[in-house]
Design a protein around this ligand. Structure first.
Ligand code: ZN
Length: 127
């Protein structure tokens, strides 16, 4: 009787265990579509308009009011487009009354005409 030396199968069952999932969760920036120009922008760069449960439409500067919301870029042309085409009415599923439209139009006047970033005029020096 010869004792067989069973060689342990080391190495054979070495499992490739590298299924470490990267846990660093990507910061998803919430994005919304502007009801004026239909461009998708980061939510925080937009202005939210909310229709409260009682049907009143108002600006929601905090972005936290409950109700149905619509988003617009911070530029006047989007607001004017949205008011003119009644995109806001559609988005909020409501008919904006004259007072609300006037309020929104007035707010639009406080916004820059376009969202273009002002380029510093540094190379306009006349010698
Ligand atoms: Zn827009």
């Amino acid at each position: 009787m010869e004792p067989k030396q069973v060689s342990s199968q080391s190495g054979a069952d070495r499992k490739h265990k590298q299924s470490k999932k990267r846990k660093g969760h990507r910061r998803a920036i919430p994005q919304r579509t502007c009801v004026g120009c239909r461009t998708v922008n980061p939510k925080r760069e937009m202005v939210r308009i909310v229709r409260a449960p009682d049907g009143t439409v108002d600006l929601d500067s905090s972005g936290k009011q409950s109700g149905r919301g619509a988003y617009l870029c911070c530029n006047r042309s989007c607001w004017e487009t949205a008011l003119k085409r009644r995109s806001l009415d559609h988005a909020l599923k409501v008919t904006l009354d004259d007072t609300t439209r006037a309020t929104l139009a007035a707010y639009a006047q406080t916004l820059p005409e376009t969202s273009e970033i002002m380029t510093p005029v540094s190379d306009q020096e006349n010698h």
